[in-house]
Ligand binder design. Structure first.
Ligand code: NAP
Length: 323
């Protein structure tokens, strides 16, 4: 009977997506690999598939949709950002695209706040020195950072994750500015204790700038040389959004020239490649895209991604559709 079940491709072995969850409902085309699926392999498996459950490392574009053909009904992304999926093309073809919002919000906001603290207080530089045997005792001049408590935080992209960052910042006595394309309703601003600013004003006023926008044609390269120059020399830039939102070459230069104080990065323009100028910058705290990396969050992402896929294939409305 299993040949009657819709065929799906799961591009990687993922927490929360067990064979048992899918068993009896779909046929998985091939055992999900333990590394990113090579694009040629995804293309090879695509023909006749009804669903693709993928990660942000998979490019779900027009050639892949062509290869899959009219059987393809759903692309379920194991991420909230869908910049790896051509959503407009999927919509034209009647393919539902789903993502995993909400379940990763708190974990990602925790990580963003951790990066703010770590960059402000030179965690990486200090720990690297200690591990190199350079800790020779308390030093009144060593690793002097900038204060987080009471500083001004600028949140670029005050959506679900941005709002969760704001809640944490309130506990740190911070003044909170934000920039979205449109201001939030006044009561929402009041609840979150946030003030709207144009992007350039936000950059000039903030001691910390945290990027929480989705990657779109509008936000690609949003923080380039000119905008970095608007930031205070004592300011810290944190990127937990997507690497392409920042011009990494310009950021590496700004750090080298002490145009800004420090940066905390979880995401990169050409993952897994990290710009050599960032690797060389002691004032950059660099993490390998671990925003949502808690066991509980990854499990919940998997469950949601699987439920979205199964919902569309059974003809019901998915839990978190993008289109
Ligand atoms: P969300 O709720 O949709 O929030 C996105 C916010 O960005 C919205 O407030 C939106 O407001 C604003 N925005 C969109 N385009 C903008 C633009 N051109 N200029 C200024 N603001 C803009 O999404 P979320 O759940 O918070 O997630 C945000 C992003 O975080 C995801 O798309 C993903 O790329 C990234 N992320 C990264 C990790 C990680 O591992 N590091 C984990 C999870 C998510 P307006 O529409 O009013 O402009």
């Amino acid at each position: 009977m299993s040949s009657m079940l819709p065929k799906v491709v799961v591009t990687r072995r993922l927490p929360g997506i067990s064979g048992a969850r899918l068993a009896g409902k779909v046929t998985v085309a091939a055992p999900p690999p333990d590394a990113p699926m090579p694009p040629e392999e995804l293309l090879r498996l695509a023909p006749g598939t009804s669903g693709i459950l993928c990660t942000l490392a998979d490019r779900i574009d027009r050639p892949l949709m062509d290869a899959a053909g009219p059987s393809l009904k759903v692309v379920s992304n194991y991420a909230v950002g869908v910049n790896n999926v051509d959503v407009a093309e999927a919509t034209r073809r009647g393919i539902r695209v789903c993502n995993t919002p909400d379940v990763l919000t708190q974990a990602t906001a925790d990580l963003g706040f951790a990066l703010m603290l770590a960059a402000a207080r030179k965690f990486s530089e200090a720990e690297t020195a200690l591990r190199a045997g350079e800790f020779t005792g308390w030093d009144p001049w060593g690793f002097l950072g900038v204060p987080v408590y009471g500083g001004t935080l600028g949140i670029v992209g005050l959506g679900k994750i941005g709002a969760a960052v704001a809640v944490r910042a309130k506990g740190f006595g911070m003044r909170i500015l934000y920039h979205n394309r449109r201001p939030l309703p006044a009561d929402r601003e009041r609840i979150l204790s946030v003030e709207y600013r144009g992007l350039d004003e936000l950059l000039a006023e903030s001691d910390f700038v945290i990027l929480c926008v989705p990657l779109t044609p509008e936000t690609r390269g949003l923080i380039g040389r000119e905008r970095l120059a608007r930031m205070k020399r004592t300011a810290v830039l944190v990127n937990i959004a997507r690497g392409e939102v920042v011009d990494e070459g310009a950021l590496a230069d700004a750090l080298a020239e002490r145009g800004i104080f420090a940066a905390g990065l979880d995401v990169y323009e050409k993952e897994p490649v990290v710009h050599p100028g960032l690797l060389a910058a002691p004032s950059a705290v660099l993490l390998p895209h671990v925003g949502s990396a808690t066991a509980e969050t990854r499990e919940r992402m998997g469950r949601l991604a699987a439920e979205n896929l199964l919902a569309v294939l059974s003809g019901t409305e998915p839990f978190s559709p993008v289109n």
